[in-house]
Ligand binder design. Structure first.
Ligand SMILES: CC(C)(COP(=O)(O)OP(=O)(O)OC[C@H]1O[C@@H](n2cnc3c(N)ncnc32)[C@H](O)[C@@H]1OP(=O)(O)O)[C@@H](O)C(=O)NCCC(=O)NCCS
Length: 224
């Protein structure tokens, strides 16, 4: 499971290589896709200099869960304890309300993510993988997507339900559908959640996800 120790690096070197912006041993996504940066486990001064070049003066170095310590003059922007969870085997049939979303749904996905804030979401984030949703009267009210792809693993992400549709089991249905879809396509599903998100943690526990490791999501501001 070591691919899960560096999910951003594994994705940018593998399934998402075509999207990678790389300098030396560090890499990141285009800004309209994701802010996550891949940094080696043993970063050198040269790696930090390359990352500063990649994100630019005053830019955000979003290390995701990478453990290295940046230079002292990089200001900590956030540090959020969280967990990496691995999915159970799929069970049951997929709920018939679940539909696959496409490019025609890009605006609706961005709006739903902006309203519900499941995590960082930009104009092209949904291009990282398959997104599944549930509509009510033609309006997208809940979705669950795929994001990082280290090795054969597929991260379930952007799980969110419009406030008016919560507590009806829609997120549970969509996460279960993503697990089934990912496994059917030959992938192994996992996800990340911040410790402060009690609702999401309870949901994933109820669905049978198990903790693989604790992580800290960290971001630093590169000096201007
Ligand atoms: C978390 C979220 C996706 C749940 O959506 P939902 O469609 O209401 O979820 P479901 O109805 O499938 O499941 C709700 C279950 O989750 C748990 N849960 C949900 N909100 C909770 C809360 N605030 N506190 C504790 N448990 C909660 C409960 O176990 C609940 O079970 P119930 O069926 O007995 O009510 C939704 O609250 C949301 O969009 N939050 C903002 C975005 C977000 O944080 N996404 C997760 C990122 S990892």
């Amino acid at each position: 499971m070591t691919e899960l120790d560096d999910p951003v690096g594994g994705s940018l070197r593998g399934a998402h290589a075509a999207l990678a912006r790389t300098v030396g041993r560090v890499a990141t996504y285009p800004a309209d896709v994701a802010t996550f940066c891949a940094v080696p486990a043993d970063p050198t001064d040269q790696d930090w200099a390359d990352l500063a070049r990649l994100v630019g003066p005053g830019g955000l170095a979003d290390l995701f869960t990478a453990p290295g310590t940046p230079p002292a003059d990089w200001a900590p922007e956030f540090a959020m304890p969280g967990r990496q969870l691995v999915a159970p085997d799929p069970t049951g049939d997929v709920d018939p309300r679940v539909v696959e979303l496409g490019r025609a749904d890009d605006a609706a996905m961005l709006e739903l993510a902006t309203r519900t804030r499941p995590g960082p979401f930009f104009t092209r984030t949904a291009q990282l993988g398959t997104f599944l949703g549930i509509r009510d009267g033609g309006e997208l009210v809940a979705m669950a997507g795929q994001r990082l792809r280290p090795g054969g693993w597929v991260e379930i992400s952007a799980v969110c339900t419009d406030r008016r549709a919560r507590g009806q089991g829609l997120a549970a249905v969509l996460v279960a559908a993503q697990v089934a879809r990912t496994v059917a396509d030959g992938g192994r599903p996992f996800l990340h959640v911040v410790d402060t998100n009690a609702g999401a943690r309870a949901l994933y526990a109820r669905l049978g996800f198990t903790e693989r490791r604790r992580v800290v999501f960290r971001g630093f501001r590169v000096p201007a």
